[in-house]
Design a protein around this ligand. Structure first.
Ligand code: AGP
Length: 368
């Protein structure tokens, strides 16, 4: 069927702005808004008995998986082995049927992800697919299907599929935690309440930050290189921010774990390479701020993406500070995705690139 852009200039913009509604719909499949519990998911994977999880995917889907790793390990105490599918499939990773494997793919047709799936199947693992296209090959070859329900995603740069993948992974990690006795009934209620609030917070954030991000993007479009930093779940987000920027604005960007700064990339810091720091006021905040100080001390320009508490706590001078509302850590990755998507989008628009169809890229990579 036909999908149009509505009032938006690009599909990417439309897909960014439809996230509150789409996420709310997707969440409806995984959580019960009345009792604040996670609904029972596809029974083919029994999280209670697993010794570990393997996750494989490509690009943005891989980065969603990396956030999922932090959640499964923290909330469900389930060790996660994760790699990009093009490496995973050839690693000869020893696996056991006591583990399960999750494959994340918007299209469900990515060649390397499918090959990783078949490898795990041969090793006797139960297979779960986190997909947007339910009729896809990856979905068909899986034991359990966890749909992300994002609707058709047309822009080559993935936006709403990413946040929906995160919403599904958050729900599954809570479900796994309940099944394994590492998340209490009270914890589940509290976490699900936060998930349920997410659509409302997303629309508030999208409305509030747009003018500031648009103005900032004009400045950003003058630079050739950008460094993105984050810790904890903000680390995969930093890589996702860099990936988005590369894909559609063609600005060279790197996403790094903030703590790795002094192990190399700090040598690059000067006034010509802005450093975008993603730092909600979480348990890593102080550490990330000290990395920011290292950047500032070397004349680096900082774009600080934080929340109200974080903005109040930091005294550093920045090129820009984007202040989001204070939110619980379980929803922070989804909320903090919004400024990085908009930053890439508006920068690309200023540079006049083909936002929905960036050069050299295909929406779905069905060859190795
Ligand atoms: C994201 O913006 C990219 N276009 C790309 O990294 C994408 O996420 C990757 O190719 C995986 O695709 P899939 O989710 O359809 O498997």
């Amino acid at each position: 069927f036909m999908v149009d852009k509505g009032n938006h200039r690009h599909f990417m913009e439309k897909e960014i702005y439809e996230q509150p509604e789409i996420i709310s719909h997707a969440l409806g499949h995984y959580i019960d808004f009345a009792s604040h519990t996670v609904k029972s998911t596809d029974k083919a994977i029994d999280f209670s008995k697993l010794s570990g999880l393997a996750i494989s995917a490509c690009g943005t889907a891989y980065l969603a998986g990396l956030v999922g790793k932090y959640w499964f390990e923290r909330y469900a105490r389930l060790p996660v082995e994760i790699d990009v599918a093009s490496e995973f499939r050839y690693r000869e990773l020893p696996l056991s049927p006591t583990q399960a494997a999750l494959f994340i793919s918007q299209s469900g047709e990515t060649a390397d992800t499918l090959a990783s799936l078949r490898y795990c199947k041969d090793e006797g693992l139960k297979i779960g697919a986190i997909v947007n296209v339910k009729e896809s090959t990856i979905a068909r070859e899986s034991d359990a299907i966890f749909p992300i329900l994002a609707g058709p995603e047309i822009g080559v740069a993935s936006t709403k599929a990413f946040t929906c993948q995160l919403a599904v992974l958050a729900s599954l990690s809570i479900a796994a935690g309940r099944a394994r006795g590492t998340v209490s009934e009270a914890d589940e209620k509290a976490m699900v309440k936060h998930l349920a609030e997410m659509p409302r917070i997303m629309s508030k954030v999208l409305n509030e930050i747009q003018p500031q991000i648009e103005a900032l993007s004009r400045d950003l479009s003058r630079f050739k290189d950008v460094l993105y930093l984050g810790r904890g779940t903000s680390y995969p987000l930093a890589m996702e921010g860099a990936l988005k920027l590369k894909e559609i604005s063609y600005i060279h960007a790197e996403g790094y774990a903030a703590g790795e700064l002094k192990h190399g990339p700090i040598a690059l810091i000067d006034e010509n390479m802005p450093v975008i720091v993603i730092a909600p006021h979480d348990r890593f905040f102080e550490k990330t701020v000290s990395n920011m100080q290292e950047v500032a001390a070397r004349g680096g320009k900082i774009i600080f993406i934080t929340d109200e508490k974080g903005a109040a706590a930091s005294k550093l001078e920045t090129m820009a500070t984007i202040t989001l509302p204070n939110v619980d850590e379980i929803i922070a990755p989804m909320i903090f995705s919004l400024p990085i998507q908009l930053l890439a989008y508006h920068t690309a628009v200023f540079m006049g690139t083909d936002v929905d169809q960036p050069r050299n890229l295909a929406k779905s990579v069905t060859v190795e």
